[in-house]
Design a protein around this ligand. Structure first.
Ligand SMILES: Nc1ncnc2c1ncn2[C@@H]1O[C@H](COP(=O)(O)OP(=O)(O)OP(=O)(O)O)[C@@H](O)[C@H]1O
Ligand SMILES: [Mg+2]
Length: 318
């Protein structure tokens, strides 16, 4: 097997909240021991309910958040050990696309200035910068004329195109897209997804695609990881995950997708209760408090990841 582009081993991100000097600190286990490999050129989808830790995984991989524990190995190099300057240089290879580009595009800057910023930071000379910017704005489906405008002059879909252009300016290998189409109308969503697919082919990009929307993840991913309360409960090829889900949580998530086909025989499983707090996760299997197949062992013993029918699954049923 060739070396994966990215390998994550035992990644944890615990946030510490100190309410007062007298009270003990509260640890929010947003990411609590994740293992992943991402092959060059593939799209790995990450799904799960709001608050399960998807964005924290993405941000920790890029070290926008410092990991509490674990290794992030990119092209064979452990980037969790790089110092600030080394990480800044490394960042040209790993970029992020966010849900709401409005929040990340400076309203006082023109699009040209916004796209120039990463090039200046990585010391690209002015002549080359101009050519790169004018090429990239057209690659994402806008025009050179748009470069002198300000972010508020664009629609949501166009702003996301600008966000994507900015992420691609330094020709990265890995893009982490965190809910990149969730704020957009459905018709615009498919345009942006198609753009991401085209760019992937053109630039041989690798994607980690984070979304709570299973339909979107099914459309774009090669493999899918399902997260629950800071952990991956199931990881497999897209076809396998959507047609033969194994973990009771995956089954529940899939059963919530509206059935458009009358022959669709999926039963609807209603998930009761809210996602427990990551500051006080349930003992044993974190899903046991909501699991329709809960057994005694699930309440006390945390399940290990196993390969079952080609899927990686963490559940005592297997
Ligand atoms: N900076 C922070 N400080 C403290 N807690 C945080 C911080 N960022 C996230 N959390 C907590 O960590 C947990 C995971 O949050 P995260 O944003 O990663 O979830 P998510 O799966 O991306 O959710 P969503 O689908 O709503 O975007 C949540 O309980 C959240 O409240
Ligand atoms: Mg999020």
């Amino acid at each position: 097997m060739t070396t994966p582009l990215l390998e994550i081993k035992g990644l944890k991100k615990h946030f510490v909240k100190k309410k007062s000097i007298l009270k003990p600190s509260i640890y929010i286990k947003a990411v609590d021991g994740i293992n992943l490999t991402v092959a060059e050129g593939e799209t790995l989808g990450i799904v799960g309910e709001s608050g399960c830790g998807k964005s924290t995984v993405g941000r920790t991989i890029l070290r926008l958040l410092e990991p509490t524990e674990g290794k992030i190995i990119f092209q064979g190099k452990n980037i969790s050990e790089l110092n600030k300057k080394e990480m800044r240089d490394m960042r040209r290879h790993l970029q992020m696309v966010f849900q709401d580009p409005t929040a990340t595009l400076n309203p006082k800057s023109t699009i040209r200035e916004i796209l120039t910023e990463p090039l200046i930071a990585h010391r690209i000379n002015p002549k080359e910068r101009k050519a790169l910017i004018e090429e990239m704005i057209q690659i994402v489906g806008l025009t050179v004329g748009h470069l002198n405008r300000y972010p508020h002059e664009f629609s949501g879909g166009q702003r996301q195109r600008i966000g994507i252009a900015r992420a691609l300016m330094l020709k990265p290998q890995l893009i982490i897209a965190d809910e990149p189409v969730s704020a957009l109308d459905v018709s615009i969503q498919s345009q942006i997804l198609n753009l991401l697919s085209d760019l992937q082919k053109q630039f041989k990009l690798t994607y980690i695609f984070i979304s709570h929307d299973l339909g979107v993840v099914e459309h774009i991913s090669d493999r899918v990881a399902v997260m629950y309360l800071g952990r991956i409960v199931e990881l497999s090829d897209k076809e396998q995950l959507f047609h033969n889900p194994l973990h009771p949580y995956t089954k529940t998530l899939l059963s919530a997708i509206p059935k458009l086909d009358p022959d669709d025989e999926r039963e609807t499983i209603i998930l009761t209760g809210d996602l427990p707090s990551p500051s006080n996760p349930p003992s044993g299997c974190a899903f046991h408090t909501r699991c329709p197949s809960c057994m005694e062992v699930c309440k006390t013993v945390s399940p290990e990841e196993k390969m079952v029918e080609g899927s990686l699954v963490a559940c005592h049923l297997y």
